[in-house]
Design a protein around this ligand. Structure first.
Ligand SMILES: Cc1cc2nc3c(=O)[nH]c(=O)nc-3n(C[C@H](O)[C@H](O)[C@H](O)COP(=O)(O)OP(=O)(O)OC[C@H]3O[C@@H](n4cnc5c(N)ncnc54)[C@H](O)[C@@H]3O)c2cc1C
Length: 436
């Protein structure tokens, strides 16, 4: 996967660069490059939320941890995300039951709720200033969606005893989003939204405070497995007892087995110029995050400095689509025609690591090499918990990690050359379904 989409083009990177307290150059980073030979207990590959959380939870358990990030902490999806922290997984509970049975599917649901709570407790415990706001609404754009939301609410209440999510009719929904486009919604008060780059950097700093060493501009080129693992970068190497791979859509040749099971799908966000609190409040009165339930969805929320952050579109090419800002603005205007005069200040993209089934893919490549991937566009909170679970597994209690590791995964069909075209055909089908 080509590392396109410079992180500096995002609103998040710009807002961190201008922050009085953080003032980080999101393009260059501020940590050292790994040089020379080192020895440690655990090497973590990747400075997204999954890698930083693994480093934090391992360091808290007393392990010596070295995290190696190819670019800068938050370079990947974690620093570019929509920032919507949402219950559940990308795969439906029904699909999970079919794959791993009712009991494990239930455990996964409970773990997804624990992931929400962990995000909030990390924010509190490490005083991570990341603009967290509660409330998230899944919205219906067609009558078929209302039936889906109704079934979903019933499943959540009756089968999972999850009571913080409730249905909203069209009138009630207007207290959260002022758009004629939506017919109803499902609001969850335990879900919410945050500034993903500030959160990722906050977890990274917590890991460092707990004793982990983080290196930037230190891409892992390859590793040699064995009783000890030897990890190579361009200018150094690290010998370790365990390696944790958290490279997401960028893992590529470092672990081809993993790369074959995920597809890096481009997805995009724009940030408007600041609109002022009053104007934004008239569109999104409760400051909840909003996402529709189409296959190719629109999702949006308010930023702390009163912009509209609007995400959507997918692309199966590794290159940013032409006229991105304009096409995203067009999508935004379908929902909020009153924003006709508003300028787009930032437009950026990133890669989702989707699996064939959309279920997350955690496991071991050998006794010493663990991996976390396949968050399939639903990783803002699950990545944090995934890091904690892999730390538990390395420390010898793998029960919870193994609930995920039991989910079966397949390679994308079509081999290296045909996997993208075959997926494009499948997505065309879903796109048509959205339109009908
Ligand atoms: C535009 C966009 C919007 C999204 N919106 C949402 C949302 O609203 N809600 C939600 O739940 N999820 C969302 N997601 C998904 C979510 O952001 C991801 O699931 C999550 O951040 C993945 O975290 P990660 O740590 O696994 O990977 P990443 O954050 O991608 O981190 C992987 C890191 O590994 C590094 N790396 C890769 N290979 C190497 C190597 N060889 N050596 C060293 N380092 C390496 C990369 O540079 C990168 O920094 C969105 C994603 C995108 C792209």
């Amino acid at each position: 996967m080509r590392l396109s989409y410079p992180p500096a083009s995002s609103y998040y990177a710009a807002s961190i660069a201008s922050s009085a307290t953080l003032a980080i150059d999101a393009a260059k980073g501020h940590r050292e490059t790994l040089r020379g030979e080192h020895r440690t207990d655990v090497v973590v590959l990747g400075g997204g939320i999954a890698g930083c959380s693994a480093a934090l939870h391992l360091a808290k358990r007393g392990y010596r941890v070295t995290l190696l990030e190819a670019r800068v902490v938050g370079f990947g999806a974690s620093g570019r995300s929509g920032g919507q922290t949402i219950f559940g997984l990308a795969a439906s509970q029904k699909a999970l039951i079919d794959q791993i049975g009712r009991d494990d599917a239930r455990r996964l649901f409970d773990l997804s709720i624990e992931a929400l709570d962990l995000t909030q407790s990390l924010i509190r415990e490490y005083a991570i200033d990341c603009d967290y706001r509660p409330n998230h609404v899944h919205v219906a754009t067609k009558s078929r969606h209302l039936v889906e939301l109704d079934d979903w609410a019933r499943e959540l209440h009756e089968e999972y005893g999850y009571t913080s999510a409730r249905l909203l009719n069209r009138d009630e929904l207007r207290a959260h989003v002022q758009s004629d486009r939506y017919l109803g919604g499902l609001i969850d008060s335990r879900s919410g939204h945050l500034h993903p780059l500030k959160f990722t950097q906050g977890v990274a700093r917590a890991a460092e405070a707990a004793g982990a060493e983080l290196f930037e501009n230190s891409a892992v080129l390859r590793y040699e497995d064995g009783p000890e693992v030897l990890v190579h970068t361009a200018q150094g190497s690290v010998r370790c007892a365990h390696l944790v791979l958290c490279g997401n859509a960028y893992i590529g040749a470092v672990a081809p087995t993993l790369a074959r099971r995920i597809l890096g799908v481009g997805t995009y966000i724009i940030a408007t110029e600041p609109l002022g609190e009053e104007r934004l409040q008239s569109l999104l009165p409760s400051n909840a995050a909003i996402a529709d339930i189409n296959w190719i969805l629109d999702y949006f929320r308010r930023s702390a400095d009163h912009r509209l952050l609007f995400g959507g579109r997918v692309s199966y090419s590794a290159v940013q689509p032409p006229r991105l800002a304009e096409s995203m603005r067009h999508r935004m205007m379908r929902i909020f025609p009153a924003l006709a005069d508003v300028k787009v200040a930032y437009a950026w993209g990133g890669f989702l690591d989707i699996t064939m089934s959309r279920a997350p893919d955690f496991g071991r490549l050998s006794a010493n090499v663990f991996y976390l991937q396949g968050f399939s566009g639903h990783g803002m909170t699950l990545t944090g918990l995934a890091g904690k679970l892999v730390a538990e597994a390395i420390a010898g209690t793998a029960e919870r990690f193994d609930v995920f590791a039991r989910i079966p995964h397949r390679d994308f069909p079509g081999g290296r050359l045909l996997r993208r075209p075959s997926l494009m055909m499948a997505m065309l089908y879903y796109r048509l379904r959205d339109l009908l």
